[in-house]
Design a protein around this ligand. Structure first.
Ligand code: UT7
Length: 334
């Protein structure tokens, strides 16, 4: 038994935030943001929109594309680090919105690698014969959790809101050239846990999960050692692509599209250089959506499908790197 992508969907909020709109509040310039990150604009939600709302919209589109409804699902995997509430998991809120039956609804919290972790687990459930149809989603609302002041300028320029989804379905004994997921590989290294993190709220805080003093000190905002994360991403992402290729006896020239995590265009250019591939084979969305963490890869894949860039039968490699550190890859035929 193998799994294949039966359909994809995505959703981004209508509100566009350009670099110009952010620059003054962050004490930077639109040019600095674009030159150092490749980002021109990102989408931010308004009002009480929730992560599960974005996930719902992307999921409905993916299910339509796959020709399934919520009653056909055997499992929901939702990757997010911006949950609707601390608990229960956002996958449960998504399940309720979809009116899905009493299937497992699982949150995956692996930051920028969340989607590849979720994809890996969904694929393995299908290979094991435990599920036939799995909804795999990445969804994030970062805009409500950023420090939009000069103190947070290195992090807050990067992040956007959005969601991407896929329906994975079981396929019995496919031939090598059939649409399928060939392999997934996931890794983490907790020595990097504090290179990109938000300290509070959390049970590691003294006394209370969060205090007024924590909020005043900005301990609830993400902070990052940007240069260190950058250097590790440029090392781990090519490694993970080679791991995917080696596991399948595939050659890099056979891959038609690379979908990399979108944290910084310069990271992806450096990764392409290390892999000795032309940058035009990397489907970048960072200029328009920024970094949407777990949503990035499915949002990119669905954008490529919608724009006619990605077609059935093409060989695709995915790679990601993010907080944790976590990283991983997948090789699939779309
Ligand atoms: O998605 C999860 C994974 N995340 C990533 O992979 C992100 C990785 N890191 C990055 O994308 C980049 O490191 C940043 C975009 C965050 C920063 O770009 P950089 O070219 O690596 O800059 P830097 O951190 O080396 O900082 C260079 C200078 C510093 O000033 P000094 O120390 O040289 O005086 C920073 O304080 O740029 C300063 N700086 C800024 N200046 C204007 C940092 N952010 C800004 C800003 N505007 N927004």
């Amino acid at each position: 038994m193998r799994s294949r992508i039966a359909g994809t969907g995505s959703f981004t909020p209508d509100r566009v935030i350009t670099n110009f709109e952010l620059a003054d509040a962050l004490g930077t310039t639109a040019d600095w943001i674009e030159q150092r990150s490749g980002i021109q604009e990102r989408r931010w939600v308004t009002g009480r929109t929730t992560t599960s709302d974005l996930a719902f919209e992307a999921s409905v589109r993916a299910m339509q594309a796959a020709g399934v409804t919520a009653v056909d699902l055997d499992m929901i995997m939702l990757a997010t680090i911006s949950p609707d509430h601390d608990f229960p998991g956002t996958a449960c809120f998504l399940q309720q919105k979809l009116h899905a039956p009493e299937i497992p609804a699982i949150d995956v919290r692996q930051q920028c690698s969340g989607f590849i972790y979720a994809l890996s687990m969904a694929d393995l459930y299908i290979r094991a014969g435990q599920a036939k149809t799995v909804l795999v989603v990445g969804a994030e609302i970062h805009s409500k959790g950023l420090d939009v002041s000069p103190r947070g300028r290195d992090v807050s320029i990067l992040f956007g809101d959005g969601a991407g989804a896929m329906v994975l379905e079981a396929i019995e004994t496919p031939s090598p050239e059939d649409s399928q997921i060939y392999s997934t590989h996931i890794h983490s290294d907790g020595r990097g846990a504090k290179s990109l993190w938000a300290e509070a709220p959390g049970q590691a805080m003294a006394g209370h999960r969060i205090t007024v003093e924590d909020i005043e000190a900005g301990r609830h905002f993400p902070i990052m050692d940007g240069r260190r994360v950058f250097m590790n991403a440029v090392k781990r992402m090519p490694e993970s692509i080679y791991e995917a290729l080696d596991a399948n006896g595939a050659k890099i020239d056979e891959v038609e599209w690379f979908f990399f995590h979108q944290a910084n265009l310069r990271i992806n250019e450096a990764v392409a250089k290390r892999l000795e591939i032309d940058g035009s084979r990397v489907f970048n969305t960072i200029a328009r959506f920024g970094n949407t963490t777990a949503a990035t890869i499915p949002l990119g894949i669905d954008t490529a499908v919608t724009e006619g860039a990605l077609s059935r039968g093409q060989l695709v490699a995915l790679s990601t790197f993010g907080a944790g550190y976590t990283w991983g890859s997948a090789l699939l035929r779309f």
